[in-house]
Design a binder for this molecule. Structure first.
Ligand code: PLP
Length: 385
């Protein structure tokens, strides 16, 4: 099986599992317990926090461990908005992940916030000029993702953050897809909050983190024992945090090499598909895109049908966001980019990983051609179905 769906999830790395194992077994303490077993867990948690902080270029006290990217996004959008007294207005983009979009929608529905959705161009790019126009004196938060999960476009977050800073508005970025391939240094990005998720970088599902700048207040989303300095109650997932830290550090240590290798493979895949599959259209930014992400539309097919054909040929990929899978609505990202709904229904996304090889890419190109031919053939002769 060739797995080209790394944007959906990745397997847990062996080193990560080994780092986690003690905290699932012998060193199983609750970090809030005032005895030696608890203190050992607390030390592990604080080591993990320090490691994540090093990768993000922030203070350890600014790292809040969460149950994943979704919770980190919820805490950023809801928490910062509710704690900011200046008004009830959030600026975000049309192409955010559902974790941000639905949090904004909740703020609108339940708390009377107004949401401004920044448009994108044909490549899925948000502009800093649009952000400047949208931000108002009563804006509580600007949230724009670092890289899009469906088409891989890298957004000009540092530029947008500079505008937000000038206008005195906290800036959040969802960096879930960027981890391990782009620089997550929050000083360089100039952001006040940044979300990451473990399972996209070789840690388990169900752990993530939010960087929350010290001076930025956030109302907690989860209430209880006051863990994570009151910002996120609940007994910490010590093993998960240790795993996240190890995965991030390993990914960071080889980030440059990985980005280069994935970019080469991705470019081969894009060139191959555009040359071999009649009518294939690359979606997203042709240059400023995630190293491992190649996304296309294949007009005259159906994305789901192509995926089935690909799977029969031993290749696993996706029609876009795993979260939207199963819904037959066309992708909100592709629609925002001006792609017609009937074309958006033909989207297929390939996301490469460290396990991807040049031979696999060649095989994938062949299989995409055959799969599209098969689907178009069936569409021309409906009687054979
Ligand atoms: N944000 C983006 C851009 C994502 O791609 C995902 C997951 O696909 C999430 C947030 C949600 O992260 P998690 O699965 O850890 O909740």
């Amino acid at each position: 099986m060739i797995y080209l769906d790394a944007a959906a999830t990745t397997p847990v790395r062996r080193e990560v599992l080994e780092a986690m194992w003690p905290y699932l077994t012998g060193e199983f303490g609750n970090p809030s317990s005032h005895h030696s077993v608890g203190e050992a867990a607390a030390r592990a948690l604080s080591g993990a926090r320090a490691t994540v902080a090093t990768v993000l270029g922030c203070r350890a006290s600014e790292v809040v461990f969460t149950s994943g990217g979704t919770e980190a996004d919820n805490l950023a959008v809801k928490g910062i908005s509710l704690a900011t007294p200046r008004g009830r207005h959030v600026v975000t983009s049309l192409i955010e992940h559902e974790a941000v979009l639905e949090s904004c929608e909740y703020m609108r529905r339940r708390h009377g916030f107004e949401i401004t959705y920044l448009p994108v161009d044909e490549f899925g790019r948000v502009s800093a000029a649009e952000a400047r126009r949208a931000i108002r004196p009563e804006t509580t938060l600007c949230s724009v993702m670092l890289a899009n999960n469906e088409v891989g476009t890298i957004e000009p977050v540092a530029e947008i953050a500079a505008v937000a800073k000038e206008l005195g508005v906290p800036m959040h970025t969802d960096a879930v897809q960027a981890a391990g391939v782009l620089d997550l240094d929050v000083r360089a990005l100039g952001v006040d909050a940044l979300s990451i998720s473990g399972h996209k970088v070789g840690a388990p599902k169900g752990v993530g983190a939010l960087f929350l700048r010290g001076r930025v207040a956030a109302e907690p989303v989860l209430h209880g024992g006051g863990q994570e300095r009151g910002r996120r109650s609940g007994t910490e997932n010590v093993a998960g945090a240790v795993g996240l830290a190890m995965a991030l550090r390993l990914a960071e240590d080889s980030r440059g090499e990985r980005a280069l290798r994935l970019t080469t493979l991705r470019n081969d895949l894009i060139r191959g598909v555009l040359a071999e599959v009649p009518g294939a259209v690359l979606t997203g930014d042709p240059v400023r895109r995630l190293p491992g992400c190649a996304s296309f539309c294949f007009p005259g097919t159906s994305g789901e049908a192509v995926l089935l054909q690909m799977e029969q040929r031993g290749i696993v990929c996706s029609s876009g966001s795993a979260c939207a899978a199963g819904s037959d609505r066309p992708s909100h990202v592709l629609l925002a980019m001006g792609i017609a709904p009937e074309v958006a229904q033909t989207a297929v996304r390939f996301t490469l990983s460290d396990a991807t090889t040049a031979d696999q890419v060649a095989e994938v190109v062949r299989s995409v051609r055959e799969s599209c031919e098969a689907v178009r053939g069936i569409a021309r002769c409906p009687d054979v179905v």
